[in-house]
Design a protein around this ligand. Sequence first.
Ligand SMILES: [Fe+2]
Length: 187
Amino acid sequence: MSEIGTIQYRANLPYPKINITQPNEEYARLLMEDYCGAVSELRAVLQYTYGSFVTDGYADLKSALRNIGIVEMLHLELLSVAIIQLGGDPKFHTEDYPSESYNCDDVVYVKTVNGIILANIELESISIANYRKHIAMIDDTQVNGLLERIILDEEVHYDILNKFYVKYTLSPRPTPPQPPESNGTVG
Ligand SMILES: [Fe+2]
């Protein structure tokens, strides 16, 4: 996948070459949660993309959401490589979805700028926490190196979203006219 245009939406470090030599069913299962679980790269791709579709009139936010969505798809691709090398199959379903279909209802389909920004800040926060939890459970430097690198991108996204939050929801109001300075005299 082309990464052109997404440079400012990624950490300034290359992605590690993934060369996992020890298949591990349990690690594959953990990565499947990050791949297509309720809080996952697949959810992020869909949620950012939807946000970009409904933010006409906010060109900078629309472009950022679209580009972050592309970076999330890169993460999806990287995880698919690791899942295959661990012996898994990167289908878009996990144990969370017995119907064997990803549940698109997990996407937050909010249309307000405020709501979109906050939903994605929350998604990034939980994603980062989940990756850290999985790193603590996984004893494989290849897998953990990949997850650490993905976290760096999620932190970039978190910072970008916070800037948009300040811009669009906490913009300072125009300063009201100040009363004339007292000269110390009365009357
Ligand atoms: Fe991601």
